[in-house]
Write a protein that binds this ligand. Structure first.
Ligand code: UDP
Ligand code: MG
Length: 343
């Protein structure tokens, strides 16, 4: 089996407005690199025309295009996971479909890899997101670095390059909810970063609401670190020590001054504070238990409706259809089976 030098993995969710512009820039940029490549698109259950557009593009460039069609919306990271599993390149670059990461900058990532690094993160030269995303992501970066020992200057940027060894390690990981740049980082021997351009979304709108960003960061924190739980135990111990001291203080006052009944509201305030902390702790515990629960159910992480790909040995010449798929006029191989990935 011939392996291309580069696989580009692109998750697509409701991106009908930008796909054509993406094709127009991506293919020429890759052709210019002068290396063998493949592009793996994953349609993450789009409800617009994205799937149809990807099918058309596959018909146009079956030699370097592969399309995975999901059977529903399983999220950006699961889409990338599926792309990794299908990818064959010695190096893999992940890219957003919305042209926020300029395809012309792929060579920057690859050049850095040539220097001997196996994981190339990217830093957006100048972010073009809304201001609250900017502030929030800075705060979250900070928190993450403290809790997880994962060093990424710019965690939100998916424009990254990975060596095949890392991709194989990720493919062996069976995590249900994960954050790919962080997972890859834990497997990297020699990570590095480069500065890349960042543009405003070409069209369409961001698929991430504030809520899903918070969820994502919970995943990141609880998926890669036990520090939140340990901090909580520590806090519990501190509070226990504090109340022990308080008890001694009250006891002494009782003996010296006699019975007192004031300070009821102080007591309330203290109680509510402690109850708040306790509830937060239970919630935090729930995050971990929820992850365990998701993991032990062993449900498939995503469902693949079809994979469009041409057989390698047939590329450039006559292409046969696998599984006797219909539509023999197409010189490509469409696998119409419903397959379950990662049972
Ligand atoms: N995406 C996806 N599934 C989702 C949400 C997003 O595959 O459920 C894709 C989306 O099509 C895009 C990339 O993930 O290619 C990043 O999404 P988006 O641009 O909305 O995120 P942002 O740039 O706002 O962080
Ligand atoms: Mg985007």
């Amino acid at each position: 089996m011939s392996t291309p030098q580069l696989s580009v993995v692109i998750p697509v969710y409701n991106e009908q407005e930008v796909l054509q512009a993406l094709f127009d820039r991506l293919y020429p940029a890759l052709d210019k690199l002068g290396i063998s490549y493949e592009i793996v698109f994953i349609n993450d259950g789009s409800r617009d025309r994205s799937a149809a557009i990807l099918r058309e593009q596959f018909q146009k460039r079956p030699d370097v295009t592969r399309v995975i069609l999901f059977d529903g919306n399983f999220g950006q990271h699961m889409a990338i996971m599926a792309g990794f599993e299908q990818s064959r390149g010695q190096r893999v670059v992940t890219l957003d479909a919305d042209l926020q990461n300029p395809p012309e900058d792929i060579h920057l990532l690859l050049a850095r890899m040539d220097e001997g690094f196996d994981y190339i993160g990217s830093i957006r030269r100048q972010r073009n997101d809304s201001w609250w995303r900017d502030i929030a992501s800075r705060a979250v970066n900070n928190l993450r670095e403290r809790t997880t020992r994962i060093k990424m200057t710019d965690q939100g940027c998916m424009f990254r390059a990975y060596d095949r060894r890392i991709i194989n390690a990720i493919n062996q990981s069976r995590e249900v909810s994960t954050f790919i740049p962080a997972l890859a980082y834990t497997y990297a021997r020699n990570p590095a970063e480069v500065v890349v351009g960042h543009e405003e979304r070409a069209a369409g709108e961001s698929k991430y609401s504030l809520y899903s960003l918070i969820r994502l960061n919970f995943d990141l924190m609880t998926g890669f670190s036990l520090v939140p739980l340990q901090l909580f135990s520590m806090l519990g111990m501190l509070i226990a020590l504090g109340s022990a001291a308080f008890f001694v203080f009250l006891l002494v006052r009782r003996l010296m001054i006699g019975p007192e009944a004031e300070g009821l509201f102080t007591l309330f305030a203290l109680m509510f504070f402690l109850i708040g902390i306790a509830l937060f702790g239970i919630g935090l515990l729930g995050e971990y238990i929820g992850r365990i629960y998701q993991q032990v159910r062993h449900r498939p992480r995503y469902l693949v409706e079809a994979v469009l790909e041409s057989r390698i040995e047939d590329r450039g010449s006559r292409i046969e259809l696998k599984n006797g798929a219909a539509d023999s006029s197409q010189s490509s191989n469409i696998n119409p089976e419903k397959t379950t990935a990662n049972p």
